[in-house]
Design a protein around this ligand. Structure first.
Ligand SMILES: Cc1ncc(COP(=O)(O)O)c(C=O)c1O
Length: 373
């Protein structure tokens, strides 16, 4: 979908990120908008969920509550084995979590702490920051580059001599952009001692085949240092069921497991996860459908001459050329939730892709807003 050239053509746009101005405090205190759908409630384009729901085979599971009266060990082991086989690793290299959020929490607890740092981009997915702070680690934020990729050299330098964890969200939330594989490889080879990398691949499945992106599960490097996180919340549409996993070395898995809540993954999620992984065709359909929705968004945006950051995900970010808070409020008053502000990108909207009729409503509201101002 996206050539390397067109990806880097966005460099000019990214100046807004690199040149971080002072952040309006009102943006920082902006609360997460409502996430749970309600009957007749707002159109939810705010949390990068999968608007289409779980795969058909999951919805058709014959007895969804089978074994719900038992502790989930059997399902846990079965899913671990399935994931290990899929990624060609040993079972003791896989850890399951209550969403990939629990993976982030376990990694922050295992690899940061007093005297150690968490280094992350800005803006990026923020959850891990709070877990690292709870572990009494110092948190260092490095602005994204003008191309919206991670500034890896600066991130490696920021870790310091005591080591810690570097969080790389690839593709990145909220910018929907990727950090080129080649730069990541050089970065990993040159990491300082006692430094780990959490490669968050939550949006992996949405990335079109492209030279700039190869998953660290497809072609792993240095599993003693790299922890790859994946989730069932996005392509598999299971955000409400809470299931994610990590793949790393057996030693790292053990270190992370020490911080895991016992039985944090429930039997329904485990069975839905196993069923999801058994259905490649449905997965492929979900990927294609997202590509179609993303292309259509791009087409609509181009018609309106909007500058969209090329998206590798199930959401898009674009420059509204207006204070983002007024845009969010306008959509909210028209029954549509879009993503919160992401300082310092204070004119950019993050919009999760919805179903075609939802996106039609989105563009109607957009056009009304533009016509009114
Ligand atoms: C980059 C990234 N990582 C992790 C998560 C957490 O997902 P979950 O805990 O549902 O797996 C999200 C959710 O939006 C995300 O955007």
């Amino acid at each position: 979908m996206l050539s390397r050239r067109s990806f880097f053509k966005t460099a000019g746009l990214g100046a807004a990120v690199a040149a971080t101005a002072s952040l309006p405090t009102e943006l920082l205190s902006w609360a997460e908008p409502q996430r749970a759908p309600q009957p007749g409630g707002p159109i939810l384009l705010n949390s990068n969920e999968n608007a289409y729901g779980p795969l058909p085979s999951v919805l058709a599971m014959k007895d969804p509550f089978q074994d719900a009266n038992r502790y989930p060990d059997k399902g846990y082991d079965k899913l671990i084995e399935r994931i290990a086989a899929m990624h060609n690793v040993k079972a003791d290299q896989v850890t399951l979590g209550c969403g990939s959020t629990e993976i982030l929490k376990m990694a922050a607890s295992a690899f940061t702490g007093p005297g150690k740092k968490l280094v992350m981009a800005s803006p990026t997915f923020e959850a891990i920051e709070f877990y690292a702070r709870a572990a009494n680690a110092e948190v260092v934020k490095v602005p994204l580059a003008a191309s919206y990729s991670h500034q890896l050299v600066q991130m490696a330098e920021a870790v310091g001599k005591n080591g810690g964890l570097i969080y790389v969200c690839n593709p990145n939330n909220p910018t929907a952009s990727v950090t080129p594989r080649r730069s990541l490889e050089i970065f990993i080879r040159n990491l300082p001692p006692d430094t780990y990398v959490l490669m968050d691949e939550a949006y992996h499945d949405f990335v079109p085949v492209a030279a700039d992106y190869i998953s660290f599960l497809s072609t792993p490097i240095d599993p003693d240092r790299v922890i790859v996180a994946r989730t069932f919340s996005k392509i598999y549409g299971m955000a409400g069921l809470r299931l994610g996993y990590a793949v790393t070395s057996a030693r790292n898995s053990k270190a992370m497991a020490a911080h895991k809540l016992e039985d944090s993954t429930n039997i329904l999620a485990l069975r839905a996860g196993i069923t999801s992984l058994a259905n490649d065709d449905e997965h492929q359909t979900a990927v294609l459908r997202n590509g179609f929705d993303r292309d259509e968004f791009q087409r609509q945006a181009a018609l309106r001459k909007l500058q969209v950051i090329p998206s590798w995900t199930n959401f898009v970010m674009f420059n509204t050329q207006r204070p983002i808070r007024t845009v969010i409020d306008y959509f909210k008053n028209n029954n549509i939730r879009i993503g919160r502000p992401f300082p310092p990108m204070d004119t950019f909207a993050r919009v999760s892709l919805g179903k075609p009729e939802e996106m039609k409503a989105f563009w109607q509201v957009w056009d009304k807003m533009v016509a009114n101002k």
